[in-house]
Design a protein around this ligand. Structure first.
Ligand code: DX5
Ligand code: ZN
Length: 237
């Protein structure tokens, strides 16, 4: 089984969070971070209700789309994600990740709408939400493409990584070897080993990347962390 592991585990995707970039220069920040080796742009959408902070919405995604072809990984920290799907499709979003806590009754319809619009669907969970709540969304006939395990309380960049969320990542990786599993909050060279060894392959990092002297070096270090964990057989021990 171990010989097949490298081809079976989804590859590393490093997604700098634009929340920590200079919002007044989003287009040049996106270009810069692409040149630094980033795979995705992580776009944090907050409504001031699901989380106590207000950031950007579809109009900003639409403006930025005119300046970049990069994959825009949109993380919707909003109470009513269904109301935003059409707008995000039109704006040119690539991935649409909603929170399971606000989609208990309509997740099937939501996934369908996201995918019908040509976006990849993701589901996120807060640190206090049990991982079992997202299993049906991965096992569904029309499943999500990614699970985002929050490693801080959503709302702000620059918080400390919560290691107690790692058993959730590990439970997902053991159950779903091919799934894209994203971690978000407090990821940095000091915490990547824990997250990658638990099974995460999509790494969001805001302050660690944009606050670094050499963002390209941090992106490379995060990628190496994922690659190193994947070459071991740790998920199957
Ligand atoms: C927090 C956001 C994160 C945040 C991560 O609610 O979802 O994407 O920008 O920032 P860092 O990497 O600084 O913790
Ligand atoms: Zn995020």
């Amino acid at each position: 089984m171990a010989q097949n592991l490298e081809v079976k585990v989804p590859r590393a995707k490093i997604a700098p969070s634009m929340l920590s970039s200079d919002f007044s220069n989003l287009a040049s920040e996106a270009k810069f971070i692409e040149e630094c080796g980033a795979d995705w742009l992580h776009m944090d959408v907050m409504d001031g209700h699901f989380v106590p902070n207000l950031t950007i919405g579809a109009p900003v995604i639409k403006s930025l789309r005119k300046h970049t072809k990069m994959y825009m990984d949109c993380h919707l920290m909003v109470t009513n994600p269904m109301d935003y799907v059409d707008e995000f499709v039109k704006a040119g979003a690539s991935g649409f990740t909603f929170h399971v806590e606000v989609a208990k009754d309509n997740w099937q319809e939501l996934i369908h709408k996201i995918k019908a619009g040509g976006m990849r669907a993701g589901v996120a969970l807060r640190p206090g939400t049990p991982v079992e709540e997202v299993f049906p969304l991965v096992e569904s006939q029309e499943p999500v493409d990614m699970v985002l395990v929050m490693t801080v309380e959503p709302g702000f960049g620059g918080q400390s990584f919560m290691p107690e969320t790692m058993p959730k990542v590990n439970a997902l990786r053991r159950k779903f070897p091919l799934l894209d599993i994203e971690v978000d909050g407090g990821l940095a060279p000091a915490t990547i080993k824990q997250a990658a060894e638990a099974g995460a392959n999509c790494i969001v990092a805001g302050s660690a990347v944009f606050g670094a002297k050499d963002p390209a070096e941090v992106i490379a270090t995060l990628r190496q962390g994922v690659d190193a964990a994947q070459t071991s057989s740790i998920f199957f021990k």
